[in-house]
Design a protein around this ligand. Sequence first.
Ligand code: HEC
Ligand code: HEC
Ligand code: HEC
Ligand code: HEC
Ligand code: HEC
Length: 486
Amino acid sequence: MPNASGPDRIPALDDKRPVLSLLTSHWLGMLGVALVTTAGCSWLFVLPLHMRGRVDNPYIGLLAFIGIPMVFFLGLLLIPVGMYLGKRRIVRGFAVVPNRRAIFQRVALFIGIMTAINLVIGSQLTYRAVEQMDTNQFCGQSCHVMKPEFVSHLTGTHQKVACVDCHITPGASGWFAAKINGAHQLRLVAFNSFPRPLPSGLASNRLAPSAETCEQCHSRERSSGSKLRVITGFKDDQANTRIDTVLMMQVGGGKAAGIHSAHMGAGVEIRYAATDSTRQTIPWVEYHDAAKGQTRSYVTADAKPDAIGSLPHYTMQCADCHNRPTHTFDLPDKAVDKAMATGDIAASLPFAHKTGVAVLKASYTSDEEAAQKIPAAFEAFYREKYPEVAAKQADDIRRSGAALLAAWQRNVFPEFRVTWGTYPNNLGHSDSPGCFRCHDESHNTVAADGGAKKAISQDCGLCHETLAVEETKPAILKSLGLLPAK
Ligand code: HEC
Ligand code: HEC
Ligand code: HEC
Ligand code: HEC
Ligand code: HEC
């Protein structure tokens, strides 16, 4: 039995407990056994919590479904390594054991049973881990660097659409690419070297193609016809006079003429080249209509034909116009307009719009500073300029100050260097170039296309019938019965 130390005095195997001594023949193997059992037990403990829906906390989820499986598989890996490193002892041990065959059988049986059990536990763990990685919490909260995107996703049309439905190409290869990409991001986060702000999806070229995401839910063949769009704003005057812009958007689609058919209709393909990663400057556009057999190229006057070839080229897709279908950020003016339109900021407070915008535009270096100063600055304005209002409408002022802060918190994230206007919205042309990146009357057909020079049009009636622009009580809203009672 075990004797003293020394190169030739490696302890022999205990032939009464061969399996145990086999597994404990090296400390790495023992560590492996310890890790596997610990992880297995922790998981059995956490699973019921999960089934009862108690792991809403993303960090518990992370631990249960990413941390524990990692420990589990590390342990599983260490066992054979330990056995390999403890080989000498094992070999020696077998030499002195009388019935080697019996031991081999018992060891084989033990390993077989353990493997079967571990496989069951392991596959469950993996499955859960994968499932966990696809939740919105994992994407948006565990990885807190995506806070701006997570917060913006909480409101708006797609709040119930999972991050992965827009970001990951369905199927094994898309899933795999996403996990590789995720591992890369995890490294950046671990070393705190992720870019601030995060590059936009289009800029990093990491956005899954719209055909695989948006078009899984929205058919490009569907016609949306014309859509009425009412944009409510407020003036900077004392009364915060309400003004409305009313547009009839010519969306079209399918067989109906309009915006969708012009770029995404059957047989239509538009390609473009951009000089910057966010695709805001587009010197070259090519329109191809397979049905009509037409191809036209448009270039800007200052475009350098030689350089265009070396620029990245893209095929137009849904996300080129709808780049912010969920992570919609506003400029201060729009943010205040929206909060006043819903009544969250009281339009009855004198100069509420003007004051609100000014307070939002000031610079705050942290969430804490904003939380302290935004409501305070708004209240201070009324205390100093309108003490009577401050006394009579104290509740309105407090409520409006809170709404103002909420608007700031949805749009500005100093920690990640995301501020007003960091992420341009391409669907429009008022806050950023958007449609006018191409529709600017200075993208002209090239001579080779024959015929007279033609530009990509900026005709105001092309995309929307402009029924009213920032009018007070526009007649059209009156006719439609859409004016508020007061
Ligand atoms: C309805 C589709 C959709 C959903 C759902 C969605 N995203 Fe996005 N996301 C996009 C698009 C489109 C872009 C590209 C924006 C651009 O390039 O201008 C984007 C960009 C991003 C970016 C890059 C930074 C940026 O703002 O451009 C991050 C990070 C991101 N999304 C995270 C998330 C997270 C986290 C969730 C879930 C909480 C989520 N997304 C849900 C469509 C979606
Ligand atoms: C999982 C399904 C799903 C995916 C993926 C999806 N959407 Fe949607 N989308 C919806 C639903 C549901 C609505 C709401 C329809 C409604 O309420 O009228 C919607 C609404 C919209 C609207 C109208 C929104 C509004 O505010 O008026 C637009 C535009 C839109 N989606 C664009 C996109 C784009 C672009 C993508 C890809 C980046 C995308 N969607 C991905 C399901 C999806
Ligand atoms: C050339 C730019 C452009 C492209 C490309 C584009 N859209 Fe749109 N889409 C618009 C505009 C503009 C509107 C109207 C927005 C408004 O109501 O103000 C719109 C409206 C919509 C709506 C709301 C219509 C409704 O019936 O409620 C959906 C959904 C939508 N688009 C989905 C898509 C999908 C999916 C794709 C890709 C197949 C796509 N769009 C491609 C510009 C575009
Ligand atoms: C990448 C460049 C590009 C962008 C960005 C772009 N368009 Fe276009 N658009 C084109 C081209 C090219 C044509 C087709 C011109 C032709 O017929 O040769 C076109 C045609 C159209 C037409 C049909 C014009 C007609 O004569 O029938 C409409 C409507 C339109 N676009 C609306 C929009 C709207 C709305 C947006 C923004 C949401 C937008 N476009 C953004 C390139 C662009
Ligand atoms: C290439 C298409 C296109 C052309 C051309 C175009 N618009 Fe627009 N316009 C849009 C889109 C898209 C929106 C955004 C609608 C939305 O917010 O959903 C918009 C929004 C607007 C708005 C509302 C802005 C806001 O948010 O308050 C006004 C005002 C407007 N356009 C005026 C004009 C005028 C004036 C012209 C002529 C110079 C013009 N548009 C030409 C596509 C176009």
